[in-house]
Design a protein around this ligand. Sequence first.
Ligand SMILES: Cc1ncc(COP(=O)(O)O)c(C=O)c1O
Length: 424
Amino acid sequence: MQENFSPDEQFAFNLDARDPLSKYKNKFYIPKNSKGEEIIYFCGNSLGLQPKTVAAAIDQELIDWANLGVEGHTQAKNPWLPYHELLTEKMAEIVGAKPIEVVIMNTLTANLHLMMVSFYQPTKKRHKILIESDAFPSDKFAVASQIKHHGFNPKDSIVYWQPKKGKNLLDYDDFENILKKHGQEIALVMLGSVNYYTGQFFNLKKITRLAHSYGCKVGFDCAHGAGNVNLDLHRSRADFAVWCTYKYLNSGPGSLAGCFVHERHAYNKNLNRFTGWWGHNKQTRFKMRDEFDQLPGAEGWQLSNPPILSMAAIKASLKIFKEAGMKNLINKSNKLTAYFEYLINEINNPKIKIITPSDPKQRGCQLSIQVKNSDKTLFKKLTDSGVITDWREPDVIRCAPVPLYNSYTDIFNMVKKLKNCLHE
Ligand SMILES: Cc1ncc(COP(=O)(O)O)c(C=O)c1O
């Protein structure tokens, strides 16, 4: 998308004035500095801001718990027994899945393990897992521990997709070459949807098609994709995906995670899995004596009765997404990020470089700014000036203007401060 942007402040005001989603900013608490002034928050890729409706949603459950005790499971305004079902459809819409493919449960890394129990079934010949060379550490640990659990050595069984020398982004020709070389030995391809460090958004369909053609299973960690980009999980045909709800999905620190299992596995009883009573047939769950009778679809992977207070926050947040519409959010996000990129490029300072792809199809809202000589003082100055971003070792400031609560004026002000910090 080629936009005609202009570097003056009035231009940002005009974009905000014409933005149909600008009213959503007021639905969130924007953190303030010690003087009570709103800070510029570009950290929705780490922890999303709190919707103002969350407190009431949690309060409703606290009131029902106080008034009803255990009866709340069936008598609460939103009965707790089927509470997670209130979230499924809206969440499925956000990630481009069918409701049967989605469940909210556990936390991200826990779900990743559960999925690998089912979709990583190594054999002597096919025991490798392909991941990004700079995959998020928790994913690396989870993958290595699964490999060890099956009696293999991570040194032999992890294959890395890495950037070409001197580059930051991953190239598909390298991915194809890895498959040509190791495809018959790779049991699972497990990648981020959007890489946490570079912000590169992968082509999930292309990756899945290629990996499946070599007989590999495919899973995605969508921590940085859910609520940010068009994941289109069902059509990607990935075997599974997992994500958290505390980043772009604004559901609070450590909140519950999402899990996708493609529809074609919905009724498969032969898949290995770890089980618990919440994955059991709802009609007979409380009979307590039955053999495990799995629920169809992603719900069948549930273990425990879920924490309702955390789900209440997710419910409040998803309502906002439903109202705003994922498509509209992505449209605004593309424009916000393009404007952000334009203003940073206008600074034209050799100390910084954007490493995120400039093609909007290959990124979400995050721009990763690489700082020359890994100079973290720039990040510190930026923070002191009232801009919240985050620093990721070794040399990147990650900035994520999110379309629900960031404005074009936020971007203008952020870049103005960045420019000042660079000249200090
Ligand atoms: C890409 C990615 N994967 C995994 C995790 C770990 O998530 P959790 O602590 O919720 O298991 C994170 C956390 O930020 C992440 O960004």
